[in-house]
Design a protein around this ligand. Structure first.
Ligand code: HEC
Length: 393
């Protein structure tokens, strides 16, 4: 009798997971942002029928951590857009496959969050579209496309929400919309406004934080299209919600750049460094490493004025195809004088399957067979126009 009681819970635990009760909730939370009809991934994983043929591939992709795509080390730092599976979620998927990928009882499906259709930000005050649709061929490589869209703003505008929305998700690998001030140059060059990548969330700043679009600015859409096997036509839009009043804090895009490097032929682990020094106190909100096909790893450390240091981003295996902004769970205070030090590593050897030509020395350039080295940072600075001035009485 005693033995039977001791065995029962163990037997219960050994019962294999079923699709409806155990697997569907994991797919909904961690996979369907991309794996649903009309989104970026090649196949939806929404029903048992759709998912069952992929069981083996799911097991393999989850074991190798290729899926969900997430490349930052989260032991050093936590990010609020982390896509990775918890250990329990990973085990559920693997044990489901190992247990025969059972369907189970549809009535056991827990309540699942619904996906929003249409805009995910509040109703936009203004929507800008690419000036014309772009035809993406069924096959082949498409170079980056750039479109200029004048805002015709006659006054400065503060933006508190921004969402980039492709019309043909399946072929939009990523889209970046940046702000080019009237006349072109500013201290920071074109400012990042908002971006889209598969599975990404819209840009929604906390109350009291906003991004500035100066009067007369032009929006630049940088579009990276990938052929999906079927011809498609895309016309990406960006929707903006204006702040009702000037913010306390301004969200700025700044960067550390090194454009003076030459990676020798066949170098397997070539290091390039760049840094950004904080002039006045600010908060670090997000980081995005940018390299091309030979990019291998990217590390960012904050070195504080007292000499102490903290790793804020470690991407040990960089993948050109996944370049999200990593949003810090809590923005990090950077006192004046803090240096954000970036170390990029490149693999120009023939062991890098993406390498277009290991016999070439490679330097800075826009094209994907050339290289780049940029650490992009989203920082929050006090808005001088709304900052409380010390009382003079
Ligand atoms: C951020 C978007 C995104 C998320 C989230 C995502 N996938 Fe994918 N997945 C893709 C894309 C895009 C492809 C096809 C291209 C590729 O393989 O990179 C893909 C391909 C796959 C494949 C095809 C075979 C393979 O391994 O390439 C499997 C299986 C898969 N995903 C399973 C999953 C599972 C399971 C989850 C959730 C645990 C998940 N994916 C989450 C975007 C995503």
């Amino acid at each position: 009798m005693l033995l039977l009681f001791a065995l029962l819970p163990a037997l219960g635990a050994a019962e294999p997971p079923t699709f409806y009760r155990d697997v569907l909730p994991v797919l909904a939370e961690r996979c369907q942002s991309c794996h649903r009809t009309g989104q970026a991934a090649p196949m939806p994983l929404q029903t048992y029928k759709q998912t069952r043929p992929w069981a083996k591939a799911i097991r393999e992709s989850v074991l190798s951590k290729r899926m969900p795509p997430w490349h930052a080390d989260t032991t050093a730092m936590r990010y609020r857009n982390d896509l990775s599976l918890s250990e329990v979620q990973r085990r559920t998927l693997i044990e489901w496959v190992d247990g025969g990928a059972l369907e189970g009882d549809v009535k056991q499906t827990p309540t699942l969050p619904a996906f929003a259709e249409g805009w995910r930000i509040a109703k936009p005050d203004v929507v800008f579209s690419m000036p014309e649709p772009f035809d993406v061929p069924a096959e082949g490589t498409v170079e980056y496309q750039y479109f200029r869209v004048p805002t015709n703003f006659t006054e400065d505008r503060w933006i508190e929400m921004a969402e980039v929305r492709p019309s043909a998700h399946a072929v939009v690998h990523h889209a970046i919309v940046s702000i080019s001030p009237r006349g072109g140059g500013s201290v920071f060059g074109a400012q990042f406004l908002a971006g889209y990548a598969p599975g990404s969330a819209p840009q929604i700043w906390k109350p009291g934080v906003a991004r500035l679009i100066p009067a007369g600015a032009v929006l630049i859409f940088q579009m990276h299209y990938t052929a999906s096997g079927k011809p498609a036509t895309d016309r990406t839009q960006v929707g903006l919600v204006f702040a009702k009043q000037p913010p306390q804090e301004v969200a700025l895009a700044v960067r550390a750049v090194n454009s003076w490097f030459e990676i020798p032929p066949h170098a397997a682990d070539y290091k390039v460094e760049a840094q950004y020094t904080v002039g006045e106190g600010m908060k670090l909100a997000a980081i995005r490493p940018h390299m091309h096909m030979r990019g291998k790893a990217f590390l960012v450390r904050a070195v504080f004025p007292d000499g102490s240091a903290k790793t804020v981003l470690n991407v040990p295996r960089y993948d050109f195809h996944w370049q999200p902004y990593y949003y810090l769970e809590t923005p990090l205070e950077l006192p004046a004088g803090t240096r954000l030090e970036c170390v990029a590593r490149y693999d120009n050897s023939k062991n890098n399957p993406r390498n277009p030509d290991p016999d070439k020395a490679v330097s800075w350039g826009e094209q994907s067979w050339e290289e780049m080295m940029i650490g992009w940072f989203d920082v929050l600075v006090a808005n001088p126009k709304t900052a409380r001035t010390s009382s003079r009485r």
